[in-house]
Design a protein around this ligand. Sequence first.
Ligand code: ASP
Length: 326
Amino acid sequence: MSDQVGGSPVAIVIHGGAGTIARARMTDEMEANIRQVLKESVHAGHRVLTKGGSSTDAVAKAIRVMEDSPLFNAGKGSVFNADGKHEMDASIMEGQDLNAGSVAAVSRIKNPIDLALKVMTDSEHVMLMGAGAEEFARRQKFTMTDPGYFHTDFRWQQLQRIKARETAKQDQDDQWFSTVGAVALDRNGNLAAGTSTGGTSNKRWGRVGDSPIIGAGTYADNNSCAVSATGHGEFFIRYVVAYNICQRVELGMSLAKAADLVVNQILLDANGEGGVIAMDPKGNISMPFNSEGMYRASVNTAGEQSVSIYRDEADPGTTLTGNVDH
Ligand code: ASP
């Protein structure tokens, strides 16, 4: 897996969402399946990089693998909104030229990350939403997917539990976010970041979270870093989390310190639950989270791999966070 042949060293980090991920709630089978898809995703993205592909293609590839799995809240496994429907969001950004594309509230696109990419490469806009985004997709010859494709029993049962607790006016404890994202560095030294999600379960009224918002859920700039976020989107929008981290790095803070400060201090103080994956132009990786767990995996510039879920798991080859002096 070493990648020292020609060009700059390559690296990739992915997440499959942060949230209430406790060992007690996980079956062995589910945990093994999740780790397997994380591994497939990070390897698929890494292969693109080692073959000389762009960080943008690596990010899209890694995200597509998780969108196609029913285990993550993106593409196939997306959560239901309050009307029992799916409205998916995705975004992608390139660090070389700040090119970006995003889509919000699409219901008939199998891989929303591909449409976000198309918005970036084939439209004069950055963000398209709803019916307009799907009209653009049709014109770009995307196949319209039957909404039934996105139905999974697991997510349907989750919606029923959330609605029952809402009716009983009980607190929600079922907030598995499971959004997916990826950040990569390619042979040309270019960073890219992308994020894809079904949003939050039981969301209403055309709610859009941070994931498709450039600067909040996704950001990439070769002069600082690339970030993909997961968590309670309303907080990530208010604190412009992805750009917030990159801006601190641009002003001279280390990646580990900037990511940790925003996630474990600023967001935590505001009760904003979640985490990020981040990488700087040298390929340093950081993945802090303030929730119980975060699905995550990486292959660093030395080819060292990690696949982790829980807080107490070490992430070999990444910069340690959580104990940084502020
Ligand atoms: N950030 C996403 C949203 O608020 C949810 C998640 O990360 O799982 O839509």
